[in-house]
Design a protein around this ligand. Structure first.
Ligand SMILES: C[S@@+](CC[C@H](N)C(=O)[O-])C[C@H]1O[C@@H](n2cnc3c(N)ncnc32)[C@H](O)[C@@H]1O
Length: 210
């Protein structure tokens, strides 16, 4: 696995402290959004891109899903996710892969949760990975961060998180939608949620054209 990727240098505890910090507030918002979109779509075969420590997996109903494939570049994050959710979700398949280079098809998902992954991985590669791992009518939910003029990594006292600032990139909202179309995904909805530090998370719902 890509050991030079800065995500492999950040302890999960640091990442989660940062995301839960009162000024950041992203952990709870992402968790709530995951619950909402799962509830609205009721998917059976789910792909999570960048699962980190499993945030949001508590919304999976093991009686309703066939497979849940959760990908991350960090084997340490996946190990913790396994400890937290492996017993509850028997259908959980944890995959250690680099979305930036993998061409393997792990699942034919009908629903993809891609929260704060396009911000760190080349978007063309993300879409290619998604197309390799979805069925023809899949729903794709992408959340990206909008900085609204605020610095990209908030000061939370967590030093290690600063290393991913080097690969963070701001995504143009219209660019994302235009690129999605070229990969067969049409935008069918969106929402913006503001965070305590003035940044926001923009979430887009896409449908694959079939
Ligand atoms: C900002 S977090 C995503 C949000 C997270 N799901 C949450 O709710 O807290 C980014 C995640 O993507 C993973 N990641 C970053 N680059 C990756 C890559 N190239 N391939 C696979 N996973 C990657 C990181 O290890 C991290 O767990």
């Amino acid at each position: 696995m890509n050991e030079t990727n800065p995500w492999n240098t950040i302890p999960l505890a640091d990442y989660e402290l940062h995301m839960q910090h009162k000024d950041v507030g992203q952990a709870k918002l992402l968790n709530d959004l995951t619950g909402k979109y799962l509830q609205n779509n009721k998917p059976e075969n789910i792909l999570f891109l960048g699962i980190s420590g499993g945030n949001g997996l508590e919304h999976i109903d093991p009686d309703l899903v066939k497979r849940v494939c959760a990908v991350d570049i960090s084997s340490a994050y996946l190990e913790e996710t396994r400890k937290r959710f492996g017993n509850k979700i028997k259908q959980l398949d944890l995959v250690n892969a680099d979305i930036g280079s993998s061409t393997v098809s792990f699942i034919q998902a009908d629903f993809v949760w891609a929260a704060l992954i396009f911000d760190y991985v080349d978007s063309k590669r993300c879409f290619e990975f998604i197309n390799d791992n979805t069925d023809p009518f899949a729903k794709l939910i992408i959340t990206i961060q909008s900085n609204n003029g605020v610095q990209s990594v908030s000061k939370t006292g967590v030093e290690s998180i600063k290393s991913v600032g080097s690969i963070f990139k701001t995504i143009g909202q219209e660019d994302l939608k235009t690129e999605a179309v070229t990969f067969g995904f049409d935008c069918v909805g969106s929402e913006e949620n503001f965070l305590p530090n003035g940044k926001s998370l923009c979430t887009y719902e896409f449908s694959k054209r079939g």
